[in-house]
Design a protein around this ligand. Structure first.
Ligand code: SAM
Length: 261
């Protein structure tokens, strides 16, 4: 339970109002996505820690509270493009798009924005950081894109006896990108996916060379998923616009479904 002291120390609305933001534009398919992002990630980290000081909670590691949600990570951009190229109905190789998708650790949520823009009927994005939701919802509203945000921390999902929020369940596709940079994340993410995925849900996780990706694949395999991971040395991108990030050192994509009995 939060103490009065911690509530005073960490006020998401106050922090949201304090962090300096700017706009930047990314292109996926025929669309431009002008997104509100954090103007200066280092300043945002410093500001975030100031708002936690004296809170009394055990902040295990800086990444627990760091505002990593507020910048565009290459794996997210590449996943957005990969999904677009897979489901774009104007391409002869296109697959039928799924009816519903859940993004975990969405940050700016570009893959979710792209899939919602493509007309998927049900797109739910989630992140542990409340401010990610605020930023994503502002971005979606401004671009008139219809999606939902549900706050969800995989550790809480896994450790809690309560059933997961209904919006997190029943999806055809679960996606995530660049979410394996802490040792604990591989096990918790795999266990959370195991809790949320149905018998035919497909899981797609994009990674740009993070250390804990192989452990995650092992953990998901141990949960009973058939895992295929591919390394893409040349990125399958036609054009990502003027905001081309540095190419990731290694772009890996895991695709998994539950093994049939
Ligand atoms: C490096 S950022 C990547 C953001 C986005 N997926 C992208 O590729 O641009 C990692 C994201 O994972 C979220 N995250 C980390 N641990 C999490 C957890 N236990 N539960 C839910 N989200 C988590 C962070 O808040 C952050 O938004």
């Amino acid at each position: 339970m939060q103490t009065a002291r911690s509530q005073k120390a960490f006020d998401p609305a106050r922090l949201d109002a304090t962090l300096r933001r700017t706009f930047d534009c990314w292109h996926v398919g025929p669309w431009s996505f002008e997104l509100e992002i954090l103007a200066d990630i280092d300043a945002a980290v410093a500001e975030t820690f100031k708002s936690w000081r004296g809170d009394g909670r055990d902040v295990v590691h800086s990444t627990e509270v760091a505002p990593h949600f507020g910048v565009m990570w290459p794996a997210g951009l590449h996943l957005a493009w990969w999904l677009y190229e897979r489901f774009d109905q104007s391409l002869s190789s296109a697959e039928r798009p799924p009816a519903s998708v859940l993004e975990l650790g969405c940050g700016l949520g570009l893959p979710s924005l792209v899939l919602a823009k493509m007309g998927l009927p049900r797109v739910v994005a989630s992140d542990r950081h409340e401010l990610a939701g605020r930023m994503l919802q502002r971005n979606a509203r401004r671009m008139e894109i219809d999606l939902q945000f549900v706050p969800a921390d995989w550790r809480v999902l896994v450790d809690s006896d309560d059933p997961p929020h209904t919006h997190l369940l029943g999806h055809d596709l679960i996606i995530a990108s660049d979410v394996l940079y802490e040792p604990w994340q591989s096990g918790y993410l795999a266990a959370a996916i195991n809790k949320l995925a149905g018998s035919s849900t497909e899981v797609v996780v994009a990674d740009a060379g993070r250390r804990w990706f192989p452990q995650f694949v092992q953990a998901l395999d141990a949960c009973g998923f058939l895992c295929r991971s591919e390394e893409l040395s040349s990125l399958p991108l036609a054009n990502i616009g003027e905001r081309r990030p540095l190419p990731p050192p290694l772009f890996r994509l895991l695709r998994a479904t539950r093994r049939r009995p």
